[in-house]
Design a protein around this ligand. Structure first.
Ligand SMILES: [Fe+2]
Ligand SMILES: [Fe+2]
Length: 239
């Protein structure tokens, strides 16, 4: 919370998403919540290299080549596991740190490297941009991966309406499955459907105040707070 406030907020959001989904599919909600809260703890080693902790206009990656950038990003997984071992977290919690990116690619840095090679993919070793894994082995760590992916997409590009939100969730699920990240879990098609519905409702509640209302054709004149009635607090019967 002190060194990486953005990551802390992100972890709480992801924990809420994943916990609710775990409840929906009959997985372990408490383990999912606690594991999710710790999942990005390794970012505390290099907080400002992660977008959620950056003050606008200051991005230390700007002065690094994409390979060095990727190296710093990738290591939050192993840094987290190291911190977990140092502070004697149970192995089941360290699994959430190691498995939440599975063997995915850090796509932004990879795209930058390809661009720097004039778009020639054969000149860039994609393995240098791959998280060490392993892929999720439990339903709980798989839910974290899905929740993390959905939250990152929605934060980067807040949806303009419910349809856009649903599309973003579908894209996150498709991406994770296409990359074979759920192959070592026992998640059924039904579980995936229930998890996606659960994410939709949780995200809808989180982002509801930011989804713009349709504009009025004739906007009402601005409200004068001085003329609003004063509401007095009433005592309740509750003891
Ligand atoms: Fe992460
Ligand atoms: Fe994360």
């Amino acid at each position: 919370m002190q060194s990486s406030p953005g990551t802390y907020q992100h972890s709480l959001q992801v924990a809420n998403l994943a916990e609710q989904a775990a409840e929906a599919i009959g997985a372990d909600p408490l383990l999912t919540r606690v594991g999710s809260i710790y999942h990005d703890a390794g970012k505390a080693v290099n907080p400002t290299f992660f977008v959620e902790n950056q003050v606008t206009g200051m991005n230390p990656h700007d002065s690094l080549d994409p390979f060095s950038s990727a190296e710093i990003i990738l290591r939050h997984v192993t840094d987290g596991a190291e911190l977990g071992r140092k502070f004697r977290l149970p192995r089941r919690l360290i699994d959430f740190m190691l498995e939440h990116h599975g063997t995915l690619i850090t796509r932004y840095q990879y795209a930058r490297a390809v661009l720097a090679s004039n778009g020639d993919e054969s000149k860039v070793d994609i393995e240098l941009f791959r998280y060490p894994g392993p892929r999720p082995k439990s339903r709980e760590t798989a839910l974290l991966m899905l929740a993390d992916n959905c939250e990152a997409r929605v934060r980067a590009n807040p949806p303009k309406d419910e349809k856009a939100l649903r599309q973003m969730i579908d894209q996150a699920f498709e991406y994770v499955q296409q990359q074979h990240q759920l192959d070592d879990t026992r998640l059924s098609i039904k579980d995936l459907h229930l998890a996606s519905e659960s994410f939709f409702h949780t995200l809808q509640n989180m982002y509801h105040p930011r989804i713009p209302y349709p504009e009025y054709k004739n906007p009402p004149s601005s409200i004068n707070v001085d003329t609003l009635p004063i509401l007095e607090a009433k005592e309740t019967d509750e003891k």
